[in-house]
Design a binder for this molecule. Structure first.
Ligand code: FPP
Length: 259
């Protein structure tokens, strides 16, 4: 089957079944960031086009947001599309953009009812106007919500984010608003897309690849990492909960020696 013949409405409506319940975890990570990898391989293993895997992957997002509510994970950041992903075929890129539009339109009410607040990070310049309008609406409609803080990285690259932040910082110096002598480690994060978020405590990558692929480069300096073999469409709320439990047992030192 060619990728273009996928009928998204046939598969995206079938979202995960009943919500699973989890007990809160003492010492749960406050902020988990996920590199959702393996959609293409998942689809190919079933003899289906790559977009089929992306649709299956999208279904997992709601389940993980729900698990965050139970487990006590306040911030969840997911890597949906990187600045490098434009190099994929035109069919795959167009299919992903269409999936994002459908997902946002479809999930807005559900996320709002769950009291989730949604933000987007990344450079919007290359995104189409319809998608940007949907992103703006979702951000605005959920802006008063105090539940899970879901951040979707879309056309995001860590180096690109730092470059854009540096450009704004340099402009403030040029405009006399910022004294270069006062620039320190606290300054740059204020210019990053993530300026309102805490740094991630735990970064998870699925599909067996042990790379960070330009994700939250500055912010993950002290994050714990989990690389799991599961392909993203198979990544369950139970596995997510296990990783959060394992995190809660870790001894984080931030470079110090704790006696
Ligand atoms: C990586 O798998 C995944 C992506 C590039 C897209 C991630 C997007 C989703 C999971 C869609 C849902 C997101 C939202 C916010 C609705 P891959 O294609 O690189 O897989 P492969 O390594 O097996 O080829």
């Amino acid at each position: 089957m060619s990728e273009a013949r996928i009928a998204p409405e046939d598969i995206v409506d079938d979202l995960p079944g009943p919500k699973k319940d989890f007990a809160p975890i003492e010492g749960a990570p406050r902020h988990v960031a996920i590199i959702m990898d393996g959609n293409g391989r998942w689809a190919q293993a079933r003899g289906r086009p790559r977009l089929f895997g992306h649709h299956a992957g999208a279904k997992r997002v709601r389940e993980i947001v729900e698990a965050c509510e139970d487990l006590g994970v306040k911030y969840l950041t997911i890597f949906a599309f990187s600045t490098e992903n434009w190099k994929r075929t035109q069919v795959e890129v167009a299919g992903l953009m269409s999936l994002f539009r459908r997902y946002i339109a479809k999930e807005t009410r559900e996320l709002d009812e769950r009291d989730a607040r949604v933000r987007f990070i990344g450079d919007r310049v290359k995104l189409d106007r319809k998608l940007i309008a949907l992103m703006d609406t979702l951000e605005a409609e959920t802006s008063g919500n105090d539940g899970v803080q879901l951040t979707v990285a879309l056309n995001y690259g860590g180096r690109d984010e730092v470059a854009r932040a540096t450009k704004r910082l340099a402009q403030d110096v040029a405009d006399g608003k910022l004294d270069p002598a006062k620039v320190d480690e606290e300054t740059l994060p204020k210019y990053l897309d993530t300026h309102v978020l805490p740094d991630p405590d735990l970064v998870i990558r699925t599909s067996g690849e042990a790379r960070i692929s330009n994700f939250l480069l500055w912010q993950s300096a002290y994050a714990e990492y989990e690389f799991v073999d599961t392909l993203w469409p198979d990544f369950s709320a139970e596995e997510f909960a296990r990783l959060c439990e394992s995190y809660a047992r870790r001894d984080r030192r931030f470079g110090a020696v704790i006696s």
